[in-house]
Design a protein around this ligand. Structure first.
Ligand SMILES: [Fe+2]
Length: 377
């Protein structure tokens, strides 16, 4: 509880000086004091100690507010600006350590000094470890009090400046991060737009397979997701699938749209499209082997594919996914020289050649997706 005379003292002093504090930015105040006076809250249950500290520190130009215990200090701190709290440790009610902890938690910009006797050195060390800037040993030496307060206020100012700079730095970093995210999103949209344009370019010459690449991309995406690929890898797999037949751009349109059987020489021209696709895409710097995957999409596990007759582990997993998605889509859809065979026959084909032409894991995952209704035509 606050004693009546002290309560009056605190209120009177605060009322008087609070006006000064509020007006500290006014030109006449700055002129009078040079700089704003610092507000020091002196918390001690002994009135003589409070008065002694107040006398010493007010002579140095500080504004001192006395408080008789932690409770009174808490109430004052909740509503008024304070620069430094000088608090006794042993007080009736809450201890100085508890007050210190509350200040660190609720008012982290306020500095603290504790008052202690020589016998309480261990408690003083504890107070320092939880954030007090220093301690005053009783009995006080005037110079010791003044130096400790000046030092504490200087350290507080440095801490506030550091915190301000760290906050500014954090804002800067967050701004830059957001800018990077926006730039990356724009870039991804742009790349996807270019991929769509390239896909359209080849499909405009081959209307019978229009939409084929997009459907292969959809199937490959389902397989990639089921194989727990990262979002980024799925995005690139989808890109590769969307333009896997880009090399057909160099195949004459009459061969692409020929309804009957192709001659051997026409087949040979068609078989050049993985290499042409690779040549078109290899100049683009993707963080993913997109050109190689397009190059390998007609390779088969047993080496019977083209253009290089690669086998098993020589073929990139994503190219193996494209191979399965490609054949599944081609068989399940309509072609100029035959009607659509349907998903059941296409499923049978990849199952029959699992391990021979097609990667067994990819076939299993693809069949599970078909059975689960995730791939349908
Ligand atoms: Fe192809």
């Amino acid at each position: 509880m606050i004693s009546e005379p002290l309560q009056k003292g605190v209120t009177d002093m605060y009322s008087m000086d609070h006006a000064q504090f509020d007006a500290k930015d006014a030109p006449e105040t700055k002129k009078k004091y040079g700089v704003a006076r610092k507000n020091l809250l002196i918390v001690d249950d002994e009135e003589s100690i409070r008065n002694l500290l107040k006398r010493i520190l007010e002579k140095e130009g500080y504004h001192c507010i006395p408080a008789a215990d932690a409770e009174e200090a808490s109430i004052f701190l909740a509503e008024h600006p304070v620069d430094l709290v000088i608090s006794d440790i042993q007080m009736p009610g809450r201890s100085g350590i508890q007050l210190l902890e509350e200040i660190r938690r609720e008012h982290p910009t306020i500095g603290t000094i504790i008052i202690t006797g020589n016998r309480d050195k261990e408690i003083a060390d504890m107070a320092i470890s939880i954030g007090a800037y220093g301690y005053l040993l009783k009995p006080f030496q005037k110079d010791q009090v003044v130096v400790s307060v000046k030092d504490a206020l200087r350290r507080r100012m440095i801490e506030i400046q550091n915190r301000f700079e760290v906050e500014n730095l954090e804002h800067d970093i967050e701004d830059k991060r957001q800018n990077l995210i926006r730039a990356n999103t724009r870039l991804t949209l742009m790349v996807n737009g270019i991929i769509r344009a390239m896909a359209k370019a080849v499909e405009s010459r081959d209307p019978y397979t229009a939409g084929h690449q997009q459907r292969v991309a959809d199937i490959a995406t389902v397989i990639g997701a089921r194989m727990n690929f990262t979002e980024e890898r799925i995005m690139y797999l989808k890109m590769a699938a969307s333009i896997h037949d880009i090399g057909k751009i160099s195949v004459p349109a009459e061969i692409l749209s020929k309804p009957g059987r192709l001659s051997q020489s026409e087949m040979n021209i068609i078989r050049e499209h993985p290499l042409t696709g690779y040549e078109i895409l290899k100049e683009v710097e993707f963080p993913y082997p997109l050109a190689e995957i397009v190059y390998q999409h007609h390779e088969r596990m047993d080496g019977s594919g083209y253009p290089n007759g690669l086998t098993g582990e020589q073929i990139h997993l994503d190219a193996k996914i494209l191979a399965v998605a490609d054949v599944l889509e081609a068989m399940a859809s309509h072609r100029p020289y035959r009607a659509a065979l349907g998903i059941a026959i296409a499923r049978e084909e990849i199952q029959k050649n699992k391990g021979r032409f097609y990667d067994p894991d990819v076939v299993d995952v693809c069949c599970q997706a078909i059975d689960n209704g995730e791939i349908a035509f």
